[in-house]
Design a protein. Structure first.
Lengths: 107, 116
């Protein structure tokens, strides 16, 4: 079993849709959590940190459930520019990445 | 303010050769981590350098080695290249984990290595 597992995707949604990504992690000693975005053939870029209290940044909402070892990302009102691969990342001293979930937003 | 820079951007090698990749961290960062990203996969942690020492290491063979210099820049060396070493190699910089903001890593654009 992989340490960080994400929805395999791909997700193909129309503009304006709401889309949710899920991620689970296996190491309960994990300390901090993130969502990164990676465009095709580019480097990963930090989208947002994830906290137990939940956090929101514009159209993006992230949630962490430590008891269930589960992380989520919700994107509301999807834009064409949201098309990318979304990487769930768990830091337990070193960063462990999920395989990523590819999102394509279509007109 | 320069971000993380990596060189070269692309590299083609043959099996058995050796390669050196270079990374300069973002200004103000002292910790460098290296990752290997195969096509369709997430980045896999190779190792992390701080104060010129390897602090943590992922599940990679000894063919993968590194170095950090006093100016915080870093090199990744891979010996005896295999076809399976073909990947995007990413460098990420951060402050030392445990310091404020130290758990957030910023990535360079990567070096795409092809082994023929």
């Amino acid at each position: 079993r992989k340490e960080v597992e994400q929805d395999p995707g791909p997700f193909n949604v129309p503009e304006g849709a709401t889309v949710a990504f899920n991620c689970t992690y296996s190491n309960s000693a994990s300390q901090s959590f993130f969502w990164y975005r990676q465009d095709c053939r580019k480097e990963p870029k930090l989208l947002m940190s994830v906290y137990s209290s939940g956090n929101e940044d514009g159209r993006f909402t992230a949630q962490l459930n430590r008891a269930s070892q589960y992380i989520s990302l919700l994107i509301r009102d999807s834009k064409l520019s949201d098309s990318a691969t979304y990487l769930c990342v768990v830091n337990r001293g070193d960063m462990r990445f999920g395989a990523g979930t590819r999102l394509t937003v279509k007109p | 303010d320069a971000g993380v820079t990596q060189s070269p951007t692309h590299l083609i090698k043959t099996r058995g050769q050796q390669v050196t990749l270079r990374c300069s961290p973002k200004s103000g960062h002292d910790t460098v981590s290296w990752y290997q990203q195969a096509l369709g996969q997430g980045p896999q942690f190779i190792f992390q350098y701080y104060e010129e020492e390897e602090r943590q290491r992922g599940n990679f063979p000894d063919r993968f080695s590194g170095h950090q210099f006093p100016n915080y820049s870093s090199e990744l060396n891979v010996n005896a290249l295999l076809l399976g070493d073909s990947a995007l190699y990413l460098c990420a910089s951060s402050s030392w984990p445990g310091t404020s903001g130290g758990d957030i890593q910023y990535f360079g654009a990567g070096t795409r290595l092809s082994v023929l």
